[in-house]
Design a protein around this ligand. Sequence first.
Ligand SMILES: Cc1ncc(C[n+]2csc(CCOP(=O)(O)OP(=O)(O)O)c2C)c(N)n1
Ligand SMILES: [Mg+2]
Length: 340
Amino acid sequence: MDLNTTSIPALTADELRRLYRLLAAVRELDVAAVAWQRQGIIPGYAPELGQEAAQVGSAFAVDTTRDFVFPTYREMGVALAMGVDMVEYMSTHKASWHGGLYNPVETRLAPIQAVVGGSVLHAVGWAHAQRLDGADGAAITYFGDGASSQGDVHEAMNFAGVLKAPVVFFVQNNGWAISLPTESQVAGGRVAARAAGYGMPGITVDGNDVAAVVQATRAALAHARSGAGPVLIEAMTYRRGPHSTSDDPGRYRSLDEERRDGGTDPLELLASRLLSEGIADQQFLDEARAAGAAAADRVREGVMALGPRPGSELFEFVFQEPTEALQAQARAWREESEHV
Ligand SMILES: Cc1ncc(C[n+]2csc(CCOP(=O)(O)OP(=O)(O)O)c2C)c(N)n1
Ligand SMILES: [Mg+2]
């Protein structure tokens, strides 16, 4: 099944410049966050070096007045492109608040979560429910090549196909699931090929080409919103850094392999297009990087200033009405930690 991408207009020069500024901001913040972890400012972080175009490009296509976004633990670039406050986003990496301090309802970004494949089920539930309510938005859910082997993802795709739920399944195929290469777990070569079995279009896109990602995601969201059912997009990219700040890729891949498989740097790809088409000059590119670095410094200050949250929040926001078992745990916790 094919997806109609021809009706999507080409990106304007202004959009391409905005995309470069976003890519630069994500690159600067991402590299800075790894340094903060090494400096002891945050305990952990999941870098996205090399995946900036897949994230910024897909989020750029989202309409936050009606769509809803379901991230994993590696979607800082999505959050930034959606305009989420980055201190509130980074609070999860400071371990101040599980899932991020931003308001999911206002931002349209569901809480950050680390259950592999977990957000995929939530997206289908949200998409189907809002359609039953008569709304016309679509959900976009992020997951990795590794998560595509998880049972939950197949159940979610099957339900979305059967119900014609307005969902875009956005797979970032970054070549690795921690230390396991994609070819060791994705039979049939491509995750996108699986879409046919669930009755939905499945397309692959160059995940390092931000303009291509915007176009594909705009087409997919339009398809989903129109009531034609879900779409799967597989963005081919490469995780240039470690899985997380606790990982050492040198234990399972060589520098030669990284150089061979890394693909084109998404920032360099867009920069050379902007220059060759006369859309921007070197000064614009330098200023975008400098603005990104300055913004990252401001986020660092905000993250450092974040205090701990009250421990009692552990028990809140779990169920709409807390269970007796949870209330008993909360009482025990209070007696032990607050001696009340
Ligand atoms: C249900 C579940 N199983 C296992 C893990 C441990 N785990 C965390 S990330 C990961 C690999 C995920 O790889 P992929 O889906 O390709 O995403 P990427 O990390 O490459 O972005 C695993 C197995 C987990 N967090 N949740
Ligand atoms: Mg992966």
